[in-house]
Design a protein around this ligand. Structure first.
Ligand SMILES: *Cc1c(COP(=O)(O)O)cnc(C)c1O
Length: 344
């Protein structure tokens, strides 16, 4: 049985986006953040495609996410951003994937176990995860074999003075620590210019079609399309209430179509009465509340719409984010496992 909802994923757009970000990265090489199952699209399929396009650095958050990619790309191309639990040290070393060390305790444990190639996250001002400037000492890093020395920008999607401040701190603290390569920029950070590129960039969102900064709309293509099956169409009378809490009442006698999509699929409840679906180009506005597994649509514009037809649901990320109040990141990573994911 095949699911009544699907994500149609444009593999060509995915690769084109990654290549465009690589081009914008100038002399730096371009990696890819593929955590959270490739931002909801499916990490294996994402990694397979951008690896074939030349990407050699893949960033995940958890070890389980690294394990899922073994056999897809060489283990040493996978970096685990969240570090490791001390009790997993042996398994981490055996895995061949590279941990990003985030705390003095992790660094000490890594050295104690004989070290080996590692990455280090320095906190240049996001104050979230990583070695803070006050924790840095020559002794801390002595004997460590650091491949990528990295930091993460807090406000790259804005023109904030903090960007410049973080870039300066990063330049300064990394000059005293031995390393093979440096990396600072996420998707938005790439657009801040060459001072932010260093040796390697780490975009995520914009590979998947997200517009991290408005100027990226010129070259980033959408990757994700949501399609859902019409489960029922009924003719209602003027005044009939639709859905939970009767937040919509029919303006006139009219057809209402119910589709197999809901907030459990990441189609946020905030699209209630605001979202839009389409069939053969005609608009089918969302009526009333989005339920867990169902959405009701005004189907007056398509009198011939029938049970079993598939509608496309508007999910242009920048637009959908402003309609729903959710971030583009949430709109992608919330996409449920119930969709059939179809790569075109
Ligand atoms: C998620 C993440 C990225 C990618 O960020 P985007 O904004 O999605 O491009 C890069 N670096 C780190 C450390 C991250 O956590």
């Amino acid at each position: 049985m095949s699911p009544p909802l699907r994500l149609v994923l444009d593999g060509d757009a995915l690769v084109t986006n990654w290549r465009a970000l690589a081009l914008q990265s100038g002399d730096a090489r371009c990696g890819a953040a593929v955590k959270a199952d490739g931002y909801g699209l499916g990490a294996i399929e994402v990694v397979r495609r951008i690896s074939a396009a030349g990407c050699q650095n893949f960033f995940v958050a958890h070890w389980q996410e690294a394990l899922a990619l073994f056999g897809v790309v060489p283990a040493q191309q996978i970096s685990v951003l969240n570090g490791f639990a001390i009790e997993d040290l042996q398994a981490v070393q055996n895995s061949g994937a590279i941990p990003v060390l985030n705390t003095p305790k992790q660094i000490a444990a890594w050295k104690g176990a004989g070290g080996g190639l590692c990455h280090v996250m320095l906190d240049s001002g996001i104050n979230r995860l990583g070695i803070g400037p006050e924790q840095i000492s020559a002794e801390l890093f002595a004997g460590l074999q650091i491949d990528i020395l990295m930091s993460h920008l807090a406000c790259a999607d804005e023109d904030a003075v903090q960007n410049v401040a973080q870039q300066r701190i990063f330049a300064q603290i990394t000059s005293a620590i031995s390393h093979k390569q440096r990396s600072l920029a996420n998707s938005a950070g790439i657009m801040l210019g060459r001072d932010y590129h260093y040796d390697l960039t780490r975009p995520g969102l914009s590979i998947y079609g997200g517009i991290a900064r408005s100027e990226m709309a010129a070259f980033i293509r959408p990757v994700v399309q949501i399609e859902a099956c019409v489960l029922q169409i009924r003719q209602h009378k003027a005044g009939d209430p639709i859905g939970y809490n009767a937040t919509y009442r029919c303006e006139q006698d009219m057809p209402v179509a119910t589709i197999a999509l809901g907030y459990a699929d990441g189609y946020r409840r905030s699209f209630s009465s605001l979202g839009m679906a389409r069939f053969e180009g005609a608009e089918l506005p969302v009526l009333g509340r989005v339920s867990m597994d169902l959405v009701t649509l005004d189907s007056r514009a398509v009198p011939h719409l029938a049970e079993g037809d598939w509608v496309t649901v508007d999910y242009d990320l920048a637009g959908a984010a402003s309609v729903s109040g959710a971030s583009q990141y949430e709109l992608l990573t919330g996409l449920s496992q119930r969709y059939r994911r179809i790569w075109r």
